[in-house]
Design a protein around this ligand. Structure first.
Ligand code: SF4
Ligand code: SF4
Length: 426
C-alpha cells in the first residue's frame, strides 16, 4: 500500500506530511528504527558532482538593431560559444550555446563551469564576437541583461557512477583526476553520492518522469527525459533549469588534467508511493555497488561499494594552519581544482563556498596542513587483492546533503510542490 502524489500534496498542505532527507532516513534505520520507511511521505535526495553533458542556452542584446548582420563566432570571458541556432539577422541580439567543457584559454583553468558560476554571481561578462562582415565587436553584459539563460543537461545524475584507477604503467591525463592519474593502481578517484543519489532512491523511475520538478543549483528545474547512455542498470537524466534562480555555491568549474569540467547540484523529491520505493530508500551505502574501472578503456576490473568511500571518512577537509611552513610555492594552492585555497598574512585557508570537498589537497601538502580521511578501497582484480587510497572525490556530499535539506525545507514551507509526471521515462 502507498499514497498517491495527490494525497501527499494534501498532507503537505495540511502540515501533516513527514518529509525527511535520504540521509535522515538512513540514520534512523542505523539507529534501529525499522518503521521509518513506512512513516515517511517524501524523501529528499541530492547529488553534486562533475557533470559532463551540461550546456547553457543564452540570448541577449549586444548592440542596437541594424548594427551588424549576424555573428559567426563568439566568446564570453574567453570561453568559446556556438553561435545560434537562430541567426538574429540585424537584430543586435546573440543566441549562444556554451558547452560545459568549453575552455577559456590555453591555461585550461577557466572554463564554462567557471563562467556559469560568474553569471549566477551577477558578474560583468565580456562578450567578444565576429560578424559575417569581418567586424570584431564586444559588449559587457550580466545575467540580468539576458532574456534567456537556461542550463540544460544531456546526461546528469546517474543512479550512481564508478571509481577509477590506472592499472597501466604510465600516467594518464583525464577528466577524472585534477592532476595526472598515477600508474600501477597507486590511487583511485570516484563519482557518486551513494545513498543520497536521486535515482538510487527510485531506481525504477516510478516517481521521476517527464516534467518532474527538481532543484538544480537551488533553482527550480524540470526533468526532460532519460539522458544519453542511460540504461536500465545505469539510468541518468536530462533536465533544464533557469540559471537566474541558481546559487553559486552549488556549482562552478573544476580543473582536471584534461581541462575544466562543470559541477552541478541536483535535489529530487521522492514521494514514497509504494513498497519498491520503501525498499530503495532503505539501502545503505555499503549495499550499493561501486564498479572499479580502468581509466584507459573505462571497462570494469573490480567491484567495491559506496560504504568504502562514504562511511568513516571526513566529508570536508580541515586546515591545520600552525603546521604551515610557508613553502616558496604552495602545491596545494596551485593545484586545488577550484582555486579555493588562499593565503592571508602567510596563513592558509579554504574558501568554503568555492571548495568542492574533493579532498585532493590532503595529498598535496607534505606538512599535512590539509587533513581529512578520504578512505581506501578494497577489491580484487587481476587475481590479487588491492587496497587503493582515494585521492580525489568527484562528488561533493556536503552540497548533496545541503541541497537535499533545502528541498525538504521548501516542501515543508510550501515553496516547492510535488508534481505529477507527464509521462514515464522509458
Ligand atoms: S604546501 Fe603545505 S606547508 Fe607548504 S605552503 Fe602549502 S600549506 Fe603550507
Ligand atoms: S578539498 Fe581541497 S583541493 Fe578540493 S576543492 Fe577543497 S580546498 Fe580545493
Amino acid at each position: 500500500m502507498g499514497s498517491s502524489i495527490e494525497e501527499i500534496n494534501r498532507k503537505l498542505k495540511a502540515g501533516d506530511a513527514v518529509v525527511l532527507t535520504a540521509q535522515e532516513v538512513r540514520e534512523s534505520l542505523l539507529k534501529g528504527d525499522k518503521s521509518i520507511s513506512r512513516e515517511v511521505d517524501v524523501v529528499t535526495t541530492g547529488t553534486r558532482g562533475l557533470m559532463s553533458g551540461t550546456f547553457a542556452v543564452l540570448s541577449f542584446p549586444v548592440a542596437s538593431r541594424g548594427t551588424f548582420e549576424r555573428a559567426v563566432s563568439a566568446t564570453i570571458n574567453g570561453v568559446s560559444a556556438v553561435v545560434g541556432p537562430c541567426p538574429n539577422e540585424r537584430l543586435g541580439i546573440l543566441d549562444l550555446i556554451v558547452l560545459g567543457h568549453s575552455m577559456g584559454g590555453p591555461e585550461r583553468k577557466y572554463g564554462a563551469g567557471h563562467l556559469f558560476r560568474d553569471m549566477v554571481e551577477e558578474k560583468k561578462l565580456l562578450v567578444e564576437f565576429t560578424t559575417n562582415q569581418g567586424a570584431e565587436l564586444s559588449s559587457e553584459v550580466t545575467i540580468n541583461d539576458m532574456q534567456t539563460a537556461k542550463l540544460v543537461a544531456t546526461r546528469h545524475a546517474f543512479r550512481n557512477y564508478v571509481a577509477l584507477t590506472n592499472p597501466g604503467r604510465e600516467s594518464v591525463k583525464t577528466i577524472f583526476h585534477p592532476s595526472e592519474f598515477k600508474p600501477n593502481m597507486a590511487e583511485l578517484t570516484f563519482s557518486g553520492c551513494g545513498q543520497l543519489n536521486p535515482i538510487q532512491n527510485d531506481p525504477q523511475l516510478k516517481t521521476i518522469g517527464f516534467g518532474t520538478s527538481i532543484l538544480v543549483n537551488g533553482a527550480i528545474g524540470y526533468v526532460t527525459g532519460l539522458g544519453t547512455r542511460s540504461s536500465v542498470q545505469s539510468p541518468n537524466l536530462m533536465m533544464t533549469a533557469d540559471m537566474k534562480g541558481m546559487r553559486a555555491d552549488y556549482m562552478g568549474g573544476f580543473a582536471t588534467s584534461a581541462g575544466p569540467e562543470c559541477s552541478v547540484s541536483w535535489a529530487v523529491p521522492i514521494p514514497v508511493i509504494d513498497d519498491s520505493i520503501r525498499e530503495a530508500i532503505s539501502k545503505l551505502d555499503r549495499e550499493i555497488p561501486m564498479p572499479i574501472v580502468d581509466i584507459k578503456d573505462r571497462l570494469p576490473i573490480g567491484l567495491a561499494d559506496y560504504g568504502q568511500v562514504w562511511d568513516n571518512v571526513d566529508l570536508a577537509v580541515r586546515v591545520e594552519t600552525n603546521a604551515c611552513e610557508n613553502c616558496r610555492e604552495c602545491d596545494a594552492e596551485k593545484k586545488c581544482p577550484t582555486e579555493a585555497i588562499h593565503f592571508s598574512g602567510g596563513v592558509p585557508s579554504i574558501d568554503r563556498k568555492k571548495c568542492f570537498n574533493c579532498g585532493f589537497c590532503t595529498t598535496l601538502c607534505e606538512r599535512k596542513v590539509f587533513k581529512g580521511r578520504l578512505g581506501e578501497v578494497n577489491f580484487s582484480a587481476f587475481g590479487s587483492q588491492w587496497k587503493v587510497p582515494v585521492v580525489c572525490r568527484q562528488s561533493d556530499r556536503v552540497r548533496a546533503l545541503k541541497i537535499a535539506g533545502e528541498l525538504k525545507k521548501r516542501l515543508l514551507e510550501g515553496t516547492f510542490k510535488l508534481t505529477e509526471m507527464l509521462e514515464r521515462l522509458s
